[in-house]
Design a protein around this ligand. Structure first.
Ligand code: TMP
Length: 234
């Protein structure tokens, strides 16, 4: 498949058109940002790791009944995926307290939540992706009640499946972010699933194995991505 026109360049990926209007190519970069782009850097081989991790996880989810945008991996950094009309929401699922929830609630990092928490953020860099509630989403016409219910149901099912997948590989799925979009009237899981978009801790040592190592300057960033890749492919 030949990629042509660059449609979009994000912080960690580029998206190219193809000769098929329903298919785009996503290319994973080594660029990393945090805090809405305030902190910038590079993580060597991150694009290669994230493309392979996303491929494995999308295939795993599809084989368990989750409709996804994934078609196939083209090479080390590029995936062919369905072109989606994106829902402008980031869907976060949390199993333990960390990150912005830790700040918002003042509860210790790692505290296990009694039930998974789903949060919806407005995808808008200029506003810093604010947290919205379902009333905001309905009243501002961002998504219908039915679509929000569908997003939450899919996200919780993805959480159930991924928790088991990572548990088998000695990793705790602390939290993660999903994005969804529509093609031909169907809701598909889009974007990526990787250590950029998940918090993953080693089950025994609780060592952070994700982008928090970059966000917080913990060192060993490349090794963490490589280790997650090895475990995901095992
Ligand atoms: P948070 O604790 O910073 O709100 O992040 C929750 C989860 O969402 C965490 O696994 C990291 C992921 N995430 C993204 O993938 N992109 C983002 O822009 C942010 C803020 C978080």
């Amino acid at each position: 498949m030949t990629s042509t026109e660059l449609l979009y360049e994000g912080k960690a990926k580029k998206v190219f058109a193809t000769s098929d209007p329903d298919v785009v190519i996503v290319e994973f970069k080594d660029d990393a940002t945090a805090f809405n782009g305030e902190k910038k850097g590079q993580i060597a081989q991150k694009g290669v790791a994230n493309a392979a991790i996303t491929t494995r996880l999308m295939n795993f989810l599809a084989s368990h009944g989750i409709p996804t945008h994934f078609h196939k991996q083209l090479d080390e950094r590029r995936l062919a995926v369905a072109r989606l009309q994106m829902v402008p929401l980031e869907v976060v699922v949390r199993n333990r307290v960390a990150g912005s929830l830790e700040k918002r609630m003042g509860v210790a990092e790692g505290t296990v939540l009694e039930a998974p928490v789903v949060e919806l953020y407005f995808k808008n860099d200029a506003l810093g992706d604010p947290l919205l509630n379902e009333d905001h989403i309905r009243a501002m016409g961002i998504a219908s009640e039915e679509l929000v219910a569908q997003l939450k149901k899919q996200a919780l099912e993805v959480n159930r499946l991924l928790q088991g997948f990572f548990d088998d590989r000695q990793l705790i799925l602390v939290d993660f972010k999903l994005e969804f979009g529509m093609q031909g009237g169907q809701l598909l899981l889009g974007d990526e699933i990787s250590p950029d978009t998940c918090r993953l801790w080693d089950k025994k040592t609780l060592r952070k194995m994700d982008k928090d190592r970059f966000r917080r300057d913990l060192g060993g960033v490349e090794d963490a991505y490589r280790e997650v890749l090895e475990r995901v492919l095992s």
